[in-house]
Design a protein around this ligand. Structure first.
Ligand code: AMP
Length: 285
């Protein structure tokens, strides 16, 4: 019989839960989230069930990964709904600490990953990945997880965390899961709830522009300028503003010269009526 999902609020609760799993020799999989759970998050929880016995979902809107002018205060929150969704997808426990629990008075240790966190999203969000890595490492250490699952939606985040795990010899196996999309192609995101009907329509220009690039790539085009040139125009025509669209190496996010010559990732961010969305495509060589 399935046991009821546990709700853990403090690091002490988490340690106790972790000890019980270790004693029962149940491998732990962690799915870190900021809540407002949607099918993208749930796909990670379902995948985690295939990989481990004890599935921990963290729900924490991490203040240190938001810039001063970003949406920390209005970030969508629905804790009860999230718990129901997490449990039905197979979570064994939810860890939902307060900011004070995670960052008590006197907190002053931060993880910083180098150039990988400074490109793409890091240009307009210079403190973002430091905040992500700090919270993710804290969650890895406190949960004692064996495995952690992330979405390909946040492609750069996965690359940065992969680097951190290698560099700091963190004994956690990372798994990247496919992007879950709406029927029309828009990637699911908790931030989609901010979109007005008009902005929602305009936002479709982002996945469509990336599809067009992927299509040109599949026909053999490898010149970056030629591939990327139409993206900004397509998004501007729909009423959005492109933050960036770049093609970099799929592993390590290195810049190409004029032409791509190995597996690549096309990553982009654009703003629609004040809402910043990201998306990406893997381009196999
Ligand atoms: P967030 O709550 O936005 O911080 O996301 C938590 C995790 O869910 C991250 O690993 C994201 O990459 C992943 N995720 C978010 N949206 C999607 C999506 N549409 N498809 C797959 N994974 C997603």
């Amino acid at each position: 019989m399935a046991t009821r999902m546990k709700i853990l609020r403090t690091i002490a609760d988490l340690y106790a839960w972790r000890s019980a799993q270790k004693e029962a020799h149940r491998p732990i999989a962690l799915v870190p989230t900021m809540g407002a759970l949607h099918e993208g998050h749930l796909s990670l929880i379902r995948r985690a069930k295939q990989e481990a016995d004890a599935i921990l979902v963290s729900i924490f809107v991490n203040p240190i990964q938001f810039g001063p002018k970003e949406d920390l205060d209005k970030y969508p929150r629905d804790f009860e709904g999230d718990c129901k969704k997490a449990e039905s997808a197979g979570a064994s426990a939810v860890f939902a600490p307060t900011p004070e629990e995670m960052y008590p008075e006197g907190f002053q240790t931060h993880v910083s990953v180098g150039p990988l966190s400074e490109c793409l999203c890091g240009k307009s969000r210079p403190t973002h990945f430091g905040g992500v890595c700090t919270v993710v490492l804290k969650l890895f250490l406190a949960s004692g997880c064996d495995i952690a699952l992330f979405g390909q939606k946040d492609y750069q985040q996965y690359q940065v965390i992969t680097r951190m795990v290698k560099d700091l010899h963190v004994p956690v196996k990372l798994i990247s899961c496919p992007i879950v999309r709406e029927a029309d192609g828009l990637a699911l995101s908790s931030r989609n709830t901010y979109l007005t009907a008009d902005a929602r329509k305009a936002a479709l220009s982002l996945p469509r522009a990336l599809d067009a690039v992927a299509d040109a790539w599949s026909k053999g085009e490898r010149n970056l300028k030629v591939l990327l040139q139409p993206v900004g125009d397509a998004i501007a025509k729909a009423g959005g503003r492109l933050d960036y669209a770049e093609i970099r190496t799929a592993e390590g996010l290195k810049e190409f010269g004029e032409k791509a010559d190995c597996d690549a990732v096309l990553a982009a961010a654009a703003v629609f009526d004040g809402v910043r969305l990201i998306d990406n495509r893997l381009l196999r060589f």
